[in-house]
Ligand binder design. Sequence first.
Ligand SMILES: *Cc1c(COP(=O)(O)O)cnc(C)c1O
Length: 383
Amino acid sequence: MFEPSYIELSRSALLNNLRFLRKRIGSHVKLSCVVKGNAYGHGIETFVPMLCEAGVGHFSVFSASEAERVRKACSCGHDIMIMGEVDGDALEWAISEGIEFFVFDKHRLEQALDIAQRKNRKALIHIELETGMNRTGFEKSELDWVAEKLEEHPEHIHFRGLCTHYAGAESIANYLRVQRQMRRYREGLNYFESRGLSPEVRHTCCSAAMMMFPRNRYDLVRVGIMQYGFWPSAETFVKYVMGRKNRKDPLKRVISWKSHVMSIKEVSPGEFIGYGQSYQARENMRTAVIPVGYSHGYSRELSNQGRVLIRGQRVGVVGIVNMNMLLVDITEIPETEVGDEVVLIGYQGDMEITVASFGELTNQLNYELLTRLPHHLPRKQTD
Ligand SMILES: *Cc1c(COP(=O)(O)O)cnc(C)c1O
């Protein structure tokens, strides 16, 4: 643990968010926590055990390698669902381990059937329907073929789920397209049921769809961003708080990214600070050096732009963000000392540096900024 900065995950914030989500979705709908992208940058190895402890029993990941990490991170009995990449040896492993996976083309279904027969196991599959996102999923014209396979091999293929994914449920701009996707999903579901093939769990919703279109929650929702305390978009937040007396954000950010003051320096008026001439002192200034730079995931875009918290106050980055260091202006906080805590993302007292402010001011980027947090930063749990 000699890393110059670290990530803290707040247990109370997570429990708060899970309470909120469970109350929204009710007890008859299952919650699957989406932990792809290294648990949205939070770190699978730290975050998944926290979910297990909170009683979460279903995890969604992108790939077999993430599924393996979830398995290792936590030994509580849980289900894992791979929504993306799983092939060859990884598929053999998934089937042997009873890991569920999306099937969205004929090749994967044939491969899964072949492995299940060879190993005399049952593959737990979720048939994904193409409803309008045009990414992955079976076309309507392929459903007869799929249904026949399910009918012919009940001992090796278990029809665990029928699912789809919406192309942007977080924005009203996509309303009609998403509505059409919902209709097509229902048609696909009716098709299977009319052939006497009922999936065990029907699921279509990510966080945004779960909030915006509650009637489409079916049996399970795949919630990513909201469990971490972020809204999928400003629209989803506004729709939720409109008409409520209490307009406070009910979610709490789980993640903080912290470092400390490494060194302090006085700078005279007229001097340039850091590389080049991007920042010139206008008066006597004090700067603090923070041992975090772009190689640690603190973007160079934040040169002369970023904000951090020191001693409960917001201070600005001065000059260019370096590979391993950045400088902040602490002229207004003369009591600052070497070793003081520096918050790059998260809370300090009543102040917060949001992930959105950390990049450009859009919520959509939360996803990208979070997942870009480097794997090598140490993660730890706090209350
Ligand atoms: C990432 C993902 C989700 C979760 O999305 P959030 O917006 O983070 O809730 C759900 N379903 C699929 C298929 C996904 O890829």
